[in-house]
Structure formats: C-alpha cells, structure tokens
Write a protein that binds this ligand. Structure first.
Ligand SMILES: C[S@@+](CC[C@H](N)C(=O)[O-])C[C@H]1O[C@@H](n2cnc3c(N)ncnc32)[C@H](O)[C@@H]1O
Length: 241
C-alpha cells in the first residue's frame, strides 16, 4: 500500500474545501452547476439510466423494495426516481438547487410526486442535515466533490445502518488526465501524494477500497473492470435495525 502513511494527514487535508463551503452556501443561492449544464446533463442522463446497474445492485443487496436509500449527490434525480419506482424510500441530497428543481419536476412527471424526499446541502453535510442512517447510500459520479477522500468515506459510512450498504462509483485520477489544466494536474498530484485536497481532484485508483477497508466492512466488492471508474459495494457489519 504505497503512500499509506503519507495519507494520514488528519483534518488539514480538507481545510480549504471546508473554508470555501462556509462562504459558498447553497441556501443563500450559491449553486456550482450552471443552468445550461444542468439542463444538458439532465436530458442526457434521464435518457440513459443504467437499469442493469440497478438489477445487479438489487441482486447483491437483496432488493430495493422497502429499503431506505440516500441518493447522495443525486443530481437530476434519475436514479432516485428509478429506485423509487422499484419500491425504495428514497432521499435525494445534493448541493445544487437547479438540480433539485429538475429532479422534483421529473419525479412528478414520472408519477412519483411526494415519494422522494429532497434535501439541499453539501454532500459532506448530509449526516447533520438528515440526522439518520439508510439501508443504502448510493453515490454515483460525484465522490470528488467531497471535502477530502478520507473524510468523505467516513461520511458515507456514518450514513449507513448496521448491515447496510454503500455503493460508490467514481472516475479516478487517470480519467482524462491529459486534458487537465496545469492547476488541476497539480491538485490531482497533491491529493494523490499527500491527500491534500483543494477543489475536486479525482481520487487515485484504489483509494476508495483502502479507505473503506479502514471502516471494517463485513463485505467489500470492488469492480475495476472499467479503465476509468472505481466501483465499490460495501456492506457494514451488524444486523439492520
Ligand atoms: C456528474 S453529477 C452526478 C449526478 C448523479 N449522481 C448521477 O449519477 O448522474 C455531479 C453531482 O455532484 C454535485 N455536486 C456536489 N458538490 C458539488 C460541487 N462543489 N461542485 C459541483 N457539483 C457538485 C452536483 O450538483 C451534481 O449533482
């Protein structure tokens, strides 16, 4: 595990992102997602929900029906809706009010009015804002918006019931690395080498698994088949409450 000792930088690695988050408040109108991007991404994603992913997830966690699910960084709400349609009790949480408006509207159009709870805030603030744990925390393509990789893994774990699951899918540091600006390359290197996270660099491949292992999972399944993404399913020990 190269770099494991350097990786223990405790609270400092997330300080800059935490400070920025104090200034940029979603409840005061700050939204990191431009309207045009939100509209384009929503249209694309709603047309391409990966139902095989959900079938596979259901097979591995014992179905979605009746389960409480947190779609953490739910964006346009397409997976929130798809999981609600399979009988899950879904909470959508995201920092973008633009996506919240889109997700609410789309859920209503899909006949799911009132069946999804919506919560606005930073991803890392979900434990404090929601104040409860879930059977499944679903985190797709937004891991890198966490304040730091280490603290974000702890956030996800803190949101799961005993016996519950975390599903995470993230692009990693090698993804489109050649297209990054000099600043983004430097920040990606700082995050990879020292776990010092400024902004939203992607995690090095393999880091999520190492972090989740530190939380003593009952089960950890890692899927590295994609050259660009780390995909993990973790189950915490214990019986569901
Ligand atoms: C690529 S989208 C993924 C959305 C959804 N989970 C999916 O599977 O399509 C990234 C999400 O991260 C959220 N996000 C959280 N913090 C963010 C930040 N600081 N800057 C930009 N986006 C952020 C966005 O609002 C958006 O919903």
């Amino acid at each position: 595990m190269r770099g494991a000792s350097r990786f223990r930088t405790h609270g400092s690695e997330q300080m800059i992102n935490r400070l920025l988050a104090r200034l940029r408040r979603p409840e005061r109108g700050w939204d990191p997602v431009p309207a045009e991007h939100a509209a384009r991404y929503s249209a694309l994603e709603w047309a391409n929900v990966d139902l095989r992913l959900l079938d596979d997830l259901e097979a591995r966690i014992g179905g979605l029906a009746g389960k409480t699910v947190l779609d953490l960084g739910g964006g346009p709400g397409h997976y929130s809706a798809a999981m609600a349609q399979r009988g899950a009790r879904v909470t959508w949480h995201d920092v973008s009010a633009r996506y919240m408006a889109i997700a609410r509207d789309k859920a209503a159009q899909a006949g799911l009015d009132g069946r999804i709870e919506f919560s606005l805030g930073y991803l890392d603030e979900a434990p404090g804002l929601l104040g409860r744990r879930f059977d499944l925390v679903f985190n797709r393509i937004c891991w890198y918006y966490g304040f730091s990789d280490r603290s974000f893994a702890a956030v996800l774990v803190s949101l799961v019931q005993p016996g519950g699951f975390v599903y995470a899918d993230t692009t990693h540091a090698a993804y489109r690395h050649g297209e990054l600006s000099a600043s983004a390359r430097l920040r990606t290197w700082l995050n990879g080498a020292f776990a010092l996270k400024i902004g939203h660099p992607m995690p090095p491949r393999g880091r999520l698994a190492r972090l989740f292992l530190q939380h003593g999972p009952a089960r950890l399944e890692v899927d590295y088949r994609s050259p660009t993404n780390d995909r993990l399913l973790m189950q915490m020990p214990g019986a569901p409450e």
